[in-house]
Design a binder for this molecule. Sequence first.
Ligand code: NAD
Length: 554
Amino acid sequence: MTSTAGPRPVRAPRGSELSALGWQQEAALRMLQNNLDPEVAEHPDELVVYGGTGKAARDWTSFDAMLRTLRTLRGDETMLVQSGRPVGVMTTHEWAPRVLIANSNLVGDWANWEEFRRLEQLGLTMYGQMTAGSWIYIGTQGILQGTYETFAAVAAKKFGGTLAGTITLTAGLGGMGGAQPLAVTMNDGVAVVVECDPSRIARRIEHGYLDVRAENAADALRLAVEARDARRPLSIGLLGNAAEVLPRMLADGAPIDIVTDQTSAHDPLAYLPAGVDFADMAAYAAEKPADFTLRARESMAAHVAAMVGFQDAGAEVFDYGNSLRGEAQLAGYARAFDFPGFVPAYIRPLFCEGKGPFRWAALSGDPADIAATDRALLDLFPENASLARWLKLAGERVHYQGLPARICWLGYGERAAAGERFNDMVAAGELAAPLVLGRDHLDCGSVASPYRETEAMRDGSDAIADWPMLNAMLNVASGATWVSLHHGGGVGMGRSLHAGQVTVADGTALAGEKLRRVLTNDPGTGVIRHVDAGYPEAEAVAADRGVRIPMREG
Ligand code: NAD
């Protein structure tokens, strides 16, 4: 078979025609391509989807080989993917996943960026981030609801339930960070977002996630204060380096209420050091990585010191899951962990209920299919006011990137109900083609990440990584269509292990059975993980919804 290796625009096929032997294989084929759609991926020519260097395939030859293999893969076969390259096809059975993925995994003592990069240079591995290498990234919407929920929790905790009349200062307008300005304005607040790459500011404005770009810091603050005083939501992009802008704003006494950050701090080669021009960043990082890392870490220390300064002055400050505090600590800044991560501060109670970033995409490419699923959810959960608010805002404000998709944080029991309803809708011909249902790896039971999802666990089990392994194995045993096990996503090498699953709703009875099991068991691992760690909220959910916990029986 001929190969077309090399960068080119990629777009998933749409419609109800199959180019593979079944919908499970077709779903993987479409979602792999969708991850690299220029509307979806941050740097598609380099196969980079989001999150610094998070890739969907190791190289273009591997990408072509995966497409070729998925087109001919039988319904009782499984393709094995080792860090973005297909390495085998095995005969399995119809309940088995069609694809099994392991990305970026390294043995403990070798699990650092230096060794990872050495192996990457040799062409032996790739960085899979979370949903980049597991083919269920749905553009910035994927993070939007989580970010919206987080800012809603900040509002509830400190500002009487709304961000109206407040100013949030943050940085990073990349694939994930780009959700911040819209999440703040959806909560009626004002956001100033520092970003060093002008093309990212333009992209967020074009996609409707950011309102305006300021001329300079003074202009940004003037616009912000005006909007705050009028209690008018507004998001403002400010071109600059966070390590320089934040200390200056702190020194000037800028009236900031909330501070966080989503630069690519998890990878010191993706964080622009102070005093370096953005135009020189890539060449400098490539030519002098050790020197660059040192300067990036020093800059992160200055950045974090300014955040601590804002906290001392009364602002609500939190780390947004990018390891900024860890890097600042490596640079010798002693107060780096003076402010909390967002999970213990706001998200853990949701994890105890098995809630997390559940999502689905319409393989038809037809936005009407997502509108139909939105209506089905309102019908299924009529009493859930915050879900209704989210679906209304998302319907109005979210611009689809690639295949139309939706994210909703649903919990134990809710996900299975949604999955079965969606499968019935496909069976009844109410949708133009099947759906895929998956989630971020940042979920209740699928990740061990002591600086983020498992920071400050009640029983001190932050670094125990058995849970994501159990989650992945359970999803394989339950009938997921593809399952992935990754290392280093979100917070970087050596700091996380996490798993993902995606399952197809093709309207068959078999898919219905698989969905019921996967969408019950997958969030179920979140409930049991938090019961095991001693959270009473999780105990209540387990008791109420009949989740069996052997150590609580007998
Ligand atoms: P990205 O690489 O797409 O974007 C990062 C942005 O930061 C880039 O646009 C870059 O130009 C900018 N930047 C780098 N250094 C800067 C500096 N000194 N000043 C100003 N801007 C700077 O990454 P992303 O997908 O947006 O993810 C951002 C971070 O959030 C990553 O570390 C990622 O691992 C983490 N993350 C968080 C969550 C969460 O739920 N909170 C989820 C996934 C990822």
